[in-house]
Design a protein around this ligand. Sequence first.
Ligand code: PEP
Ligand code: MN
Length: 334
Amino acid sequence: MIIVLRPDCTREQQLAFADKLKNDYDVKVNTWEGIHSTVLGLIGDTTQIDIEYIDAQDIVESVKRVQEPYKKANRKFHPENTVIEVAGLKIGDGSLHIMAGPCSVESEEQIVGIAKSVQKSGATFLRGGAFKPRTSPYAFQGLKAEGLDLMKIARKETGLPIVTEIMRTSHIDMFESVDIIQVGARNMQNFELLKELGKTDKPILLKRGLSATIEEWLMSAEYIMAGGNNNVILCERGIRTYENFTRNTLDVSAIPIIKKLSHLPVIVDPSHASGKSWLVEPLAMAAVAAGADGLIIEVHNDPPHALSDGAQSLTPKQFDKVAKKIFKLKEALK
Ligand code: PEP
Ligand code: MN
């Protein structure tokens, strides 16, 4: 961290401030005295330092971080890739996982039928929302606890581990037997939820917020990890841009950027990124080519009658075709 002091700062103030920084934080302070101003360079772990507190000091002209504010999610302090083990499967070990299923669980017949067909096509996880975060309070809100039970029935029938979204802290116990707990885009900065999930050892699929920067997203991962849970899987699901042809804009560059900045696995959701079923295949291919560890894809038995996200859902038959192409591409990239 680099701190530029105001030109009118006295030597006593400067020394007192440097001493305070050394005492309050575990850092070394280097001082460069120029003709017009003095610059302090803080060396060590500056993640605990509140940059706004520094900026608010009378003698400070400006302050800049030169190191990332996240530590546990940072590849600098953990050079090897994190591999997350779930139900005997490994995410982040170089293999490719496809999580597939409907946006919302609608009935036993629907979820079990979809689970069986996506499994045949090579999906390794079943997705399905029981608690749904909808923009409109009048839209289908999910089957809630019943939906969760139906996901478990589908797991029993197929053996596919399940991924489903949590929306509130008080539901953590209810999600005990869920294999991967999804934190949706709208809850990426629900810090109380992140902190509580940090106290569990559950794999967490942390979706990127609609307008979150990569750093904000990694800071949300840091919240979970700071509580002791290192099982975080990042999910790029498109961000808001000025383009409105698609529901969101898939940030393909986030994949290699995350790989560079962090050791956590990253999976991509081409369904929510595009909002259109015909765009799922090319976006999924781009994500795999860019190094994603997996994909999460919405599949519905009857998209025109889906209770949510029908326009972006593939039929099982379309999914089968897309999955074949994806696995072929993955092979070609080896
Ligand atoms: C979902 O997975 O159905 C969902 C609501 O996703 P997101 O949080 O990315 O919008
Ligand atoms: Mn959806």
